[in-house]
Design a protein around this ligand. Structure first.
Ligand SMILES: Cc1cc2nc3c(=O)[nH]c(=O)nc-3n(C[C@H](O)[C@H](O)[C@H](O)COP(=O)(O)OP(=O)(O)OC[C@H]3O[C@@H](n4cnc5c(N)ncnc54)[C@H](O)[C@@H]3O)c2cc1C
Length: 311
């Protein structure tokens, strides 16, 4: 399938939604190409552990995604990696898809958008300047470089808790700084966090500045109840304050979006444009690997029905 210029379905994004969509489409005997702007795996590849994917008990996020890729390979579908899709046009027969390099154009009868979401920024002084110099949005990627150091994880949701548990094994001290009065992680994280004496949770507190010249040296915090300001010395800052939809292509196509910018889909994962489907986090559904995989499957079946004129 790799290299084909005319296919039944193009899938954009190779996270759990895209990979599963590709597998289902291929099993329906459709010709498929799947494009990924970075390396395949999506956000799940950043998860230290996944223990809520049925049948897997507990598995490193990256390993789970490798298994999905291997499964797809068994169906002879190769993922085009480092291949960002920058444009999609509606044509008389379907869609024309533009690659980032502008050299390749692919025609498809249907498209499934599985572009997921990306990290939200804090938008405070020092964040942009110190990115890559001790400030990161991915504990799996940059975390191992912080052995025996002090780190702050900004955001007390599931992703923040996940990162803090990882850091507690390698760092000398870990702060979780949470804006709200209560942290928002699931009960499954509670036990693991409590078992780690190195983790200190600072609630009701805003990070206002990332301090440092050449590299991160600390965070300035402000208690939201008392207004008290402090500088907490840290070597690393990892920001986990939520995600925002990667909706550039959807906007370009004029698809209907929700207030928060996610793609509106019906129960069969159809978007507002016939022949265009969406699955996974980009639809604003529960941001979980298993949900993304499930909706990828549904979108592929809907694309099959569309192509065959069954619905
Ligand atoms: C740190 C972390 C820990 C997590 N832990 C868990 C967990 O334990 N359990 C769980 O169930 N869920 C977990 N999640 C959530 C889960 O990873 C996501 O819900 C899931 O990955 C969403 O899958 P997706 O395929 O919709 O999107 P994504 O995984 O976001 O994949 C989308 C892919 O599309 C690519 N893409 C975007 N635009 C383009 C373009 N224009 N051209 C080509 N490619 C493009 C992106 O590079 C990306 O690889 C975690 C998330 C994070 C960040």
């Amino acid at each position: 399938m790799a290299g084909e210029k005319e296919v039944d379905v193009v899938i954009i994004g190779a996270g759990p939604a895209g990979i599963t969509a590709a597998l289902y489409a291929k099993r329906k005997a459709l010709s498929v190409r799947i494009f990924e702007s970075k390396a395949a795996g999506g956000q799940t590849a950043d998860a230290i552990w996944v223990e809520n994917y049925t049948g897997m008990k507990k598995i490193e996020g990256i390993k789970l995604m490798q298994k999905m890729q291997e499964h797809l390979k068994d169906f002879d579908v190769e993922i085009d990696e480092a291949a960002e899709i920058t444009g999609i046009k509606k044509t008389e027969t379907g869609f024309e898809i533009d690659m980032e390099n502008g050299e390749e154009k692919i025609a498809a009868k249907a498209v499934i958008l599985c572009t997921g979401s990306k990290y939200k920024m804090l938008n405070v002084p020092g964040e942009k300047e110190l990115y890559g110099k001790g400030l990161s949005y991915c504990a799996t990627c940059e975390g191992p470089g912080f052995k025996d150091k002090v780190v702050a994880v900004v955001g007390g949701g599931n992703s923040g808790a996940n990162a803090a548990i990882f850091f507690a094994d390698i760092c000398s001290k870990v702060y979780i700084v949470e804006f709200g009065e209560k942290a928002a992680y699931d009960s499954v994280y509670e036990k693991a966090l409590k078992a780690q004496s190195k983790i200190e949770i600072i609630l009701n507190t805003q990070v206002t500045v990332i301090e440092g010249k050449e590299k991160v040296e600390g965070i300035k915090t402000k208690n939201r109840a008392t207004g008290e300001e402090k500088v907490v010395p840290v070597n690393g800052v990892f920001i986990y304050i939520g995600m925002q939809p990667r909706n550039d292509l959807a906007k370009q196509l004029g698809l209907e979006l929700t207030e928060k910018g996610f793609i509106k889909v019906d129960t069969d994962n159809r978007t507002s444009l016939p022949g265009m489907f969406a699955a996974g986090d980009i639809t604003g559904e529960l941001a979980q690997t298993i949900v993304a995989a499930g909706s990828g499957a549904k979108a592929a079946v809907s694309a099959f029905e569309f192509i065959k004129g069954l619905k």
